[in-house]
Design a protein around this ligand. Structure first.
Ligand code: KIV
Ligand code: ZN
Length: 511
């Protein structure tokens, strides 16, 4: 058996199913580019049959990918498979990932099919996939709750019909590590022709065991791990890529396996995701959190000063948590800015460089030191954001403690036409949001408002995220600025733009 583990990243598919994690095409392309740099072997770009928007993103990512394999998900049904191939076929290396449930509860209540009918569907579906490509993955949904001998028959059928990867998902996060290891070992040992396929696992985190189950399965012979950045995904999420990777890396002595992940890109990748979906990385998050390498107690500090190995099993540098400052201020040239972004992995065309150059200068006027995170925030803000219907132009807020209610004045371009208004609120943020709602004629419910300092120090860039809800649609918005009120206004307008886009996207399939 090979000792190489393939990483299959599903941040853009299962990860996007996490509530509030919807991404637009530009954002997905930015992440896909970063995931390629991170060294993932397979990127699952989406589920093309679900919506025209998903189809377009998978197709665009496929066109732009390098050697990384691009997978699309589809049910085990011909029209789904055709649609999936239509989108992924543009990649240099395309994979069709087809899924059908094999557990008694799913077969009886969801599919309303007998086990024999399910085997026939697997045979026909996988064969249809294999008529397009020999890179076919079959997933037995809810495998962890399936009968193990039936699962062996399902895997055998899929392999015979042309699947080269057989995935064993713990769809509902029910398995326990020892039990799952034993289960996976049984399937591999009892499936005829198992050596013709790579066995994979895809674990959900409902009981907080996704990473443990993934590692246990690897120990038992699985050779592909399906994971997401920071573990985002349906419900409680998936196994966190960075945790599985670092467990295999730090404990190479125990697992004895290799992988292609560039560990120094772990933090930059998770940070990019966090900025994209507007969800800060918790301080105590394993591997990449701000406290993962901070030693607080005196005894620990003393030990680390004498020898870091006393309390550090990995270095911040090994996961890319290095703080590098930009020695570029307002007097630096365009080339220095281009070089800095290129060193961080962003290739810019001339138009993008011009936009970013202006933004860097503008920020450098207000902030002495620019950190990598400030720059990632700028690129998210200026480049990866889709063209918006509503563009914030100017904001002014007055606030006092002498009984006069906070007042806001705002100017916004609506479809290119300038609109302005003023008004009061209970607090300055409330005043701003009321005036913006008034100008745009929209009054969504504010579900969440959060401020986060992107970097340390009094001149830190403030990052505001808001979540809005209207008629069952939800959207996230993000804004970064050295003035948190301006950041708040940007986040609010961004969320309203995203809400508009969501409504349009949902309308399209029914037109
Ligand atoms: O959780 C699951 O079973 C899935 C499959 C599509 C692999 O996401
Ligand atoms: Zn899943």
């Amino acid at each position: 058996m090979s000792d190489h583990i393939y990483f299959f990243d599903t941040t853009l598919r299962d990860g996007e199913q996490s509530p509030g994690a919807t991404m637009n095409l530009q954002e997905k392309l930015g992440l896909a580019h970063q995931l390629e740099k991170l060294g993932v072997d397979v990127l699952e770009a989406g589920f093309p049959a679900t919506s025209p928007g998903d189809f377009e993103s998978v197709k665009t990512i496929a066109r732009q990918a390098g050697d990384m394999q691009i997978a699309g998900l589809c049910r085990c049904l011909e029209p789904d498979i055709d649609r999936c191939w239509e989108a992924v076929k543009y990649a240099k290396n395309s994979r069709i990932h087809t899924v059908l449930a094999t557990s008694p509860v799913h077969m009886e209540h969801k599919l309303r099919k007998s086990p024999e009918d399910v085997l026939k569907m697997i045979e026909a579906g996988v064969r249809h996939c294999a008529s397009y490509t020999d890179n076919v993955e079959f997933s037995a949904e809810d495998a962890a709750r399936s009968d193990r001998d039936f699962l062996c028959r399902a895997a055998e059928t899929a392999i015979k019909a042309g699947a080269r990867v057989v995935n064993i998902p713990d769809t509902v996060g029910y398995a326990q590590p020892w039990e799952f290891a034993e289960f996976v070992r049984y399937i591999i040992e009892n499936t005829p022709n198992a050596d013709k396929a790579v066995f994979s696992v895809h674990c959900h985190n409902d009981l907080g065991l996704a990473v443990a189950n993934t590692l246990a399965a690897i120990k038992a012979g699985a050779r592909q791990a399906e994971v997401t950045l920071s573990g985002i995904g349906e419900r409680a999420g998936n196994a966190a890529l960075e945790e599985v990777v670092m467990a295999l890396t730090v404990r190479k002595d125990y697992f004895g396996v290799t992988h292609n992940i560039v560990t120094e890109q772990l933090y930059p990748s998770c940070r990019m995701l966090s900025l994209t979906i507007g969800r800060p990385i918790p301080d105590n998050k394993a591997v990449i959190g701000a406290n993962a390498f901070a030693h607080e107690s005196g005894i620990h500090q003393d030990g680390v000063l004498k020898n870091p190995e006393t309390y550090e099993i990995m270095t911040p540098q090994s996961v890319g948590r290095t703080e590098s400052t930009l020695v570029i201020g307002k007097h630096s040239g365009r080339n220095a800015v281009r070089n800095k972004f290129e060193n961080m992995g962003y290739k810019l065309d001339d138009t993008q460089l011009n936009v970013l150059f202006e933004a860097v200068k503008h920020l450098a006027d207000r902030k002495k030191t620019l950190h990598n995170d400030d720059l990632i925030a700028l690129i998210q803000e200026e480049i990866y954001r889709m063209p918006d219907r509503f563009r914030l132009r100017h904001v002014s807020v007055l606030s006092s403690d002498c009984g006069v209610p906070p007042t806001a004045a705002v100017i916004i371009d609506v479809d290119g036409e300038e609109k302005k208004s003023t008004g009061f609120g209970v607090g300055p943020v409330d005043a701003l949001f009321k005036v913006i709602s008034d100008i745009l004629g929209q009054t969504p419910e504010l579900e969440q408002y959060a401020i986060n300092a992107i970097t340390g120090g009094p001149d830190a860039l403030g990052e505001v995220t808001v979540r809005l809800r209207e008629n069952g649609y939800t959207s996230m918005g993000r804004g970064a600025h050295s003035d948190v009120l301006v950041a708040s206004a940007k986040a609010y307008v961004n969320a309203i733009n995203n809400l508009e886009k969501r409504k349009q996207e949902y309308k399209r399939p029914h037109e």
